[in-house]
Design a protein around this ligand. Structure first.
Ligand code: ADP
Ligand code: CIR
Length: 349
């Protein structure tokens, strides 16, 4: 409780924070939620710790566990509406579209601009809390369950699980530089207990050619990733959907009808899908209106080593910005259309 009072003091006394936490954690909401607890043991302190310690957060809130979205709805609800720019907490049923008739293939057949394509989703075990409510034994148990499901995959998805514990620093560094692996360098996630007991329970699964990968216990319990060189979005997406469907047969994922799939950060709710290209767009990116162009197309630009990093050599990570309030196939189509438009603009510039 002392912890919560201190965190509240930090947030409420600050005048400069632009975070959604600052905006939506009013005195009234604080008073209403301060003594509540989820069945996983999650508290309001767990939800606001990162944003209170990092007042420069954009969101500033994490869910302590799947049940936090219900128990702390008075805070999380307004944050979700605001972040996803939607007017009601509503999300359509999961719909991956007609995979045999997607109507698109390679977004850059010339191979001039797109370096690589990646689509990822996050998934959470319905029966486990999120990082602030997990202990070491639970992280290990969750890893065991996930690893078991992954090791049953066959065909193109067949691969091997590599726990972070025991991986040499050289291998870790190379996998990270090659955009395959995560690390423990995000201060927002760190303050949210995201790296507690690191590296216990963390690891990565991938197939031989590293086109299908699964992160275990990074920000989310599970991140399912499909990626390859070049711009063949259809191939990447189909492989991802195949992987999701296989894992769904073996694991129960946390989902609410009005929020979609549940994730640690409310910014990832809904489809949880981020489809990105690493794309060479030195001319478009130099335009003063680059940010407006992306906004208008519902795209987000990141640097090539992930969120909060810089571009290198005019190569940007361009992805769909919206994940909630639309279906999986709609999110993919939005990204596809946006990237096609960006390519047109780059070629014309
Ligand atoms: P997330 O997709 O989990 O939101 P990040 O922005 O942190 O994540 O990116 C995770 C990793 O994926 C980083 O190493 C990033 O460089 C890599 N990545 C993202 N998009 C692509 C892409 N289209 N091609 C290759 N690597 C990518
Ligand atoms: C923040 O609030 O800025 C961090 N917790 C990171 C949020 C990550 N997602 C996002 O802004 N899309």
């Amino acid at each position: 409780m002392a912890d919560l009072a201190e965190l509240w003091e930090k947030v409420s006394s600050n005048k400069d924070s632009k975070s959604l936490l600052k905006k939506h954690l009013t005195k009234e909401v604080y008073e209403k939620l301060k003594d509540k607890k989820t069945k996983f043991g999650g508290t309001l302190a767990d939800c606001i710790r990162s944003g209170a310690k990092n007042l420069d957060s954009g969101v500033g809130v994490y869910a302590s566990d799947p049940e936090a979205y219900t128990v702390f709805q008075d805070l999380l609800g307004p944050v979700i509406l605001d972040y996803h720019k939607i007017t009601e907490l509503k999300h359509p049923a999961c719909d991956f579209g007609d995979l045999s008739n997607l109507g698109f293939g390679d977004l850059d057949p010339s191979g001039d601009l797109i370096v690589s394509t990646r689509v990822r989703v996050g998934r959470s075990h319905a029966s486990f809390g999120f990082p602030p409510t997990l202990n070491k034994e639970q992280r290990v148990e969750m890893q065991r369950v996930t690893q078991g499901a992954l090791e049953g995959l066959t065909g193109e998805l067949k691969g091997k699980y590599y726990p972070l514990e025991g991986m040499t620093p050289d291998v870790q560094k190379q996998l990270t530089e090659d955009h395959f692996l995560f690390n423990d360098s995000d201060r927002f996630l760190k303050a949210a207990s995201g790296y507690d007991d690191w590296p216990t329970g963390r690891g990565i699964f991938f197939n031989d050619n590293k086109t299908f990968l699964v992160w275990v216990n990074e920000e989310d319990h599970i991140r399912i990733i499909s990626m390859q060189k070049g711009g063949d979005l259809a191939a990447v997406y189909k492989r991802l959907v195949g992987g999701i469907k296989e894992l769904e047969k073996k694991l129960e994922f946390a989902r609410l009808p009005n929020l979609g799939y549940l994730t640690f950060c409310p910014s990832n709710l809904g489809t949880t899908l981020r489809a990105s290209v690493h794309i060479k767009i030195p001319k478009v990116a130099k335009k003063p209106e680059f940010k407006e162009i992306c906004d208008k197309l519902n795209l987000q630009a990141r640097g090539i080593h992930g969120e909060h990093t810089e571009s290198v050599g005019g190569v940007y990570d361009i992805s769909n910005k919206r994940r909630m309030g639309l279906s999986e196939i709609e999110a993919i189509q939005e990204m596809r259309k946006g990237v096609e438009e960006i390519i047109k603009l780059e070629k014309a510039a």
